[in-house]
Design a protein around this ligand. Structure first.
Ligand code: FE2
Length: 264
């Protein structure tokens, strides 16, 4: 059933969305069986299909790593990612897939940093890549001081911290706080769905004000499925383009994420 939907969507999508085939999705949960994203391989392919249909041509999959919640090993996600990548790139030869993780700021991140077990953004399994940018996530309970400490910790190991969906954290819930995070050297990512109102009016207001103040480095999908947390990059692209122009849309959806993946 799901594979029939995949096939149907792909043939239509290629014709319809030629106009903006450049989007880079830096944050998404498309690797099956490893977190609360795609539950099986077919669903993962359907998610990739949806990203592709919206103009995405470069994807960095970022399965969660979070203590006591999402503890799949790097070996397991590399294995599952390998199967998905092979099938996805066969179906879409002009699609490039990378693998990293969304590192929750907890003891597992500290352990992985100390053990030199980080998969930076733009990682290709099998390559020897030690430094780069790192997608980090906080919870609603992290304090401002803890956020500063984790940013410093990540930087002390030579990585550039990219704050996942900054609009979600009460400790950083204002333009001033987000500006302060950027001053510390963090890069700022917001979710496409938040711009469109998926997380409520308050979050939408904050994210739109961050865009207005030029405080957003990257817009990503953070897609988990096709129902509740889908990819909405195309709608976000058009919203930003309409409001702030094509070059701003290209910066947050293509150029900045490409730099963080170190893809030139
Ligand atoms: Fe995420």
């Amino acid at each position: 059933m799901l594979s029939e939907r995949v096939g149907l969507l792909s043939s239509k999508a290629i014709l319809v969305y030629e106009m903006n085939e450049f989007i880079v999705d830096l944050h998404c949960h498309i690797v099956p069986y490893v977190d609360d994203g795609a539950s099986v391989l077919e669903e993962a392919l359907f998610l990739v299909e949806s990203q592709y249909a919206q103009g995405v041509r470069t994807i960095c999959a970022t399965p969660h790593l979070r203590a006591s919640m999402f503890e799949s090993s790097d070996e397991e996600i590399i294995r599952q990612f390998g199967r998905l990548k092979e099938m996805a790139e066969e179906r879409f030869p002009d699609l490039t897939l990378f693998l990293s993780r969304e590192y929750h700021c907890d003891r597992l991140l500290r352990e992985h940093l100390k053990k030199d077990m980080i998969l930076p953004l733009g990682y290709r399994p099998g390559e020897n890549r030690e430094k780069g940018a790192l997608l980090i996530e906080f919870s609603g309970r992290h304090t401002w001081q803890q956020m500063e400490e984790y940013i410093e910790l990540v930087q002390s190991f030579g990585f550039v911290p990219v704050i996942a969906h900054v609009e979600r954290y009460p400790a950083a819930g204002s333009k001033e706080k987000v500006r302060a995070l950027a001053k510390l050297g963090a890069r700022i990512q917001v979710n496409a769905g938040s711009i469109l109102g998926r997380d409520g009016l308050k979050t939408r207001f904050l994210v739109r004000s961050l865009l207005k103040e030029n405080l957003v480095d990257v817009v990503a999908s953070d897609c988990h499925d096709t129902e509740d947390r889908p990819c909405e990059l195309q709608a976000a692209y058009y919203w930003i383009k309409e409001k702030y122009g094509a070059s701003y849309a290209a910066a947050v959806l293509r150029d900045n994420p490409r730099k963080l993946l170190a893809v030139e």
